[in-house]
Design a protein. Structure first.
Ligand SMILES: C[S@@+](CC[C@H](N)C(=O)[O-])C[C@H]1O[C@@H](n2cnc3c(N)ncnc32)[C@H](O)[C@@H]1O
Length: 240
């Protein structure tokens, strides 16, 4: 998300990675991908490399790739993985990977189809790809005036390059020739404002400048025990 960078981004990713929902999604991805020792795995847009580390623990030969050198620096400290600074928009490594994982990356990029094409081309014959992304257009917030919520969430969606990425992942893969797709959808529900604001930037006034009325309405709903938010996340698996 463009709203974070540097240490703030790393802190945000760390908070997200502790979420039970994110852990469940990652567990599901690992279960579906069935990575075996020696397989060549690419964590595309690896951030601090949580998933790269997981695949390395399974005995895979892991490349962690990100265009942010600071992220690559963090991922590079994980034993047994190769960390590379590179822009996925120019990725040109045809047939080099048995498995590709890319989590919460495509919502941020300028040309997601170009990157999906590059990733699919990087798969070896029969290789598996797993994309995970949020659908910010499906975010709902209850307990606050609907018109105000629509207005604020409408502005928030303009901050994210591709806010509805989650729901589009499967068709983007299919258009690039990926077959045998499997889609899993998850709904992250929170009834505590502090918990939700830790991972949903539009709920945190320190992150997103929004109308004061929005943040006071959120706090009022929370104090009354009426606050609820739900956010869909999609995981799509396919084969080359
Ligand atoms: C929200 S973070 C997710 C990181 C990691 N996949 C995770 O789940 O913790 C998005 C990551 O994608 C990287 N990224 C965004 N656009 C990229 C691009 N065009 N090429 C390579 N990395 C990119 C960012 O630098 C950032 O580390």
């Amino acid at each position: 998300m463009a709203v974070f960078d540097g240490q703030d981004m790393r802190d945000y990713l760390e908070r997200v990675s502790r979420q039970p929902l994110v852990r469940a999604i990652r567990d599901q991805g690992v279960e579906l991908l069935k990575v075996t020792p020696g397989e060549r795995v690419l964590d595309a847009g690896c951030g601090p490399g949580d998933m790269a580390a997981r695949f390395a623990d399974l005995g895979a030969s892991v490349t962690a790739m990100d265009h942010d050198p600071a992220m690559v620096g963090v991922a590079g400290d994980i034993p047994g993985i190769t960390a590379v600074t590179a822009d996925l928009a120019t990725l040109d490594r045809p047939g080099e990977f048995d498995v590709i994982w890319s989590e919460r990356v495509l919502q941020h990029v300028h040309d997601p189809d170009q990157i999906v094409g590059n990733l699919v081309r990087a798969l070896a014959p029969g290789g598996r790809i797993c994309l995970v992304d949020v659908d910010w257009t499906g975010l709902v917030v209850d307990g606050v005036d609907d018109d105000l919520t629509d207005q604020v969430l409408g502005v928030f969606r303009t901050v994210v390059a591709n806010p509805s990425m989650g729901r589009t992942l499967r068709r983007r893969l299919v258009r690039h020739g990926v077959v045998k797709t499997e889609v899993k959808a998850f709904l992250g529900v929170s009834t505590e404002l502090a918990d939700a604001a830790a991972v949903i930037p539009v709920l945190d006034e320190r992150v997103i400048p929004g109308p004061a009325a929005w943040f006071s309405a959120l706090r009022a709903a929370d104090e009354k025990g009426e606050f609820l938010t739900a956010l869909p996340v999609y995981l799509v698996l396919g084969s080359a």
